[in-house]
Design a protein around this ligand. Structure first.
Ligand code: KG4
Ligand code: ZN
Length: 390
C-alpha cells in the first residue's frame, strides 16, 4: 500500500494544532500552539477568546507543521480536521481553513471526531514503536477536560467501530481537576499543577464519599447507543465528578481555608510562570493533603470503574487517553491494577495525551483508505457523539 501523508488540523478547544502523519503510523511533524496564557487569568477557557486566538494562530501553525515536515501543500495526500465535539466557534476556524485549503489544492478532506482522535493517539504511537499486534476488543477510557467516556473499539478491515459503554453524568474528570485547582487558587489548567503537588501531601488525610449515581437510567443499560441491550447485557458505567468538587468546597469552608486561598491567589497573580517550588511555598500542609486526597479519590474511581467495565465486557486490551491520561498517579495505578488482571494497558506519550493534530491525522488514515471523505458543506458539530462505524 502506498504511503499517504495527511495534514491534520485541530482547533476544538484551546490548542491550535497541525501535524503531518505518514500512513497513520509515523509523526513527521506535530505543532501545538497552546492558548493557556490567554485563558489563565479567567481560570478556564473563554470560548470567544478561543475562537479569536485560533484565527490568529491557524495559518502560522499549519505553515510550521508543513515546514517542519519538509512538506509542501502539494506533497500532502489529504487534509483532516476535527469536526467535533468541542466549542462551535473554535471548531469552525479549523474547519473553514481546512475546507479552503482542500478546495484550493483539490485534495480530499476528512472529518474526524475528536474523541476518535484521542483513541488513535495510542494506536499511532504503538505503530510508531513497531507494535502492530494489539489484541481486540479494546476498551478505551477517554478522560480529558471535556470528556470522561468509555468506548469498546474494534477494527473490521479498515473501518473502526466504537460503542459507548460509559460516560460521566456531570463533570468530566479533567474539569474536576481544573475546578478544584481554581477553587484552591492553583491556576489553570489544574491537572498538571495538582499532579505535581499531590506527592507532597497525604492522600489518605481527607476522606471523600464514593461517587454514587442517584438515578441510573435503565434505558442506558447494555449495548450503549446501539439499543440492542437486554437485562442480561453488561451494565453501562457511570462516572460522576461534581460531588467530589463540592466536597472539596465544603472542606475549604469548614476548615477555614478561605483567607489563605485568597492570599495565595494574590501572591500567584504577581508571578508570571510559577514553578512547583513557588506553589509549594504558598501551600500549607492542609492544602497539600486536600490536593493529594482529591487526586487519589478521583484516580481510584477512574481505575476501579474502568477495570470493572473491562471485566464485564471481557476486553483484551485497555487504552487510557486524553489530557488526564498525562497524570502520573493515574498511569501508575492503571499499570499496577491492570497487570494484576493480566490486562495490557497503553497510554499515549504525554505530548500526545493532551490535544494535538497528529491524533487527528492518524484517525483520518483508515477513512482515507476507505475514501470516506467529507462533503464540502459539512459543519462543526459541538456535541458530536462517537459511535457506529467510522
Ligand atoms: O485532552 P485535553 O488537552 O483537552 C480536552 O479534550 O479536554 O485535556 C485537558 C484536560 C484539562 O482538564 C487538564 O487539567 C487535564 O486535561 N490534564 C491533567 C494533566 N494534564 C492535563 N489532569 C491531571 N493530571 C495531568 N498531569
Ligand atoms: Zn481532547
Amino acid at each position: 500500500m502506498a504511503d499517504a501523508y495527511i495534514l491534520g488540523i485541530e482547533s476544538s478547544c484551546d490548542e491550535t494544532a497541525a501535524a503531518v502523519v505518514r500512513s497513520g503510523e509515523q509523526i513527521i511533524s506535530n505543532v501545538v500552539f497552546s492558548q493557556i496564557a490567554t485563558h489563565q487569568r479567567y481560570g478556564g477557557v473563554v470560548p470567544e477568546l478561543a475562537s479569536r486566538e485560533h484565527l490568529r494562530a491557524i495559518v502560522p501553525v499549519v505553515r510550521n507543521a508543513l515546514a517542519e515536515a519538509h512538506a509542501t501543500y502539494d506533497s500532502i495526500d489529504a487534509l483532516a480536521v476535527t469536526q467535533g465535539p468541542g466549542l462551535a466557534g473554535a471548531l469552525l476556524v479549523g474547519i473553514s481553513y481546512a475546507k479552503a485549503l482542500a478546495f484550493a489544492l483539490e485534495k480530499p478532506l476528512i472529518a474526524v471526531n475528536h474523541l476518535e482522535g484521542h483513541i488513535h493517539a495510542v494506536l499511532l504511537e504503538e505503530r510508531q514503536k513497531g507494535n502492530h499486534d494489539l489484541v481486540f476488543p479494546v476498551l478505551a477510557l477517554v478522560v480529558s477536560g471535556g470528556h470522561t467516556h468509555l468506548y469498546l473499539a474494534e477494527q473490521h478491515n479498515q473501518a473502526w467501530t466504537y460503542r459507548n459503554v460509559g460516560h460521566t453524568r456531570d463533570d468530566a474528570a479533567g474539569e474536576a481537576f481544573d475546578k478544584v485547582a481554581k477553587l484552591l487558587a492553583l491556576g489553570y489548567p489544574g491537572g498538571p499543577v495538582i499532579d505535581r503537588l499531590a506527592p507532597h501531601g497525604d492522600p489518605t488525610a481527607v476522606k471523600f464519599p464514593p461517587s454514587h449515581i442517584k438515578h441510573p437510567d435503565r434505558r442506558d443499560r447494555g449495548a450503549g447507543n446501539s439499543g440492542q441491550g437486554g437485562d442480561d447485557a453488561p451494565p453501562r458505567v457511570d462516572f460522576s465528578y461534581s460531588g467530589i468538587k463540592t466536597a472539596v468546597l465544603r472542606y475549604v469552608e469548614t476548615h477555614g481555608m478561605t483567607s489563605a486561598i485568597e492570599a495565595r491567589r494574590a501572591r500567584l497573580s504577581q508571578i508570571s510562570k510559577p514553578t512547583t517550588d513557588d506553589y509549594l511555598s504558598l501551600c500549607d500542609r492542609d492544602t497539600l493533603n486536600l490536593v493529594a486526597s482529591f487526586q487519589r479519590a478521583t484516580v481510584a474511581d477512574l481505575v476501579e470503574k474502568t477495570l470493572a467495565a473491562a471485566r464485564a465486557y471481557d476486553v483484551a486490551t485497555l487504552f487510557v487517553t486524553g489530557g488526564v491520561a498525562a497524570n502520573n498517579e493515574l498511569r501508575r495505578r492503571f499499570e499496577e491494577q491492570a497487570s494484576l488482571e493480566g490486562l495490557p494497558v497503553f497510554f499515549p506519550s504525554r505530548p500526545l495525551s493532551t490535544d494535538n493534530a497528529a491524533m487527528i491525522a492518524a484517525a483520518a488514515y483508515p477513512k482515507f483508505l476507505l475514501n470516506d471523505f467529507a462533503p464540502m458543506d459539512f459543519s462543526a458539530e459541538a456535541g458530536m457523539p462517537l459511535r457506529g462505524a467510522s
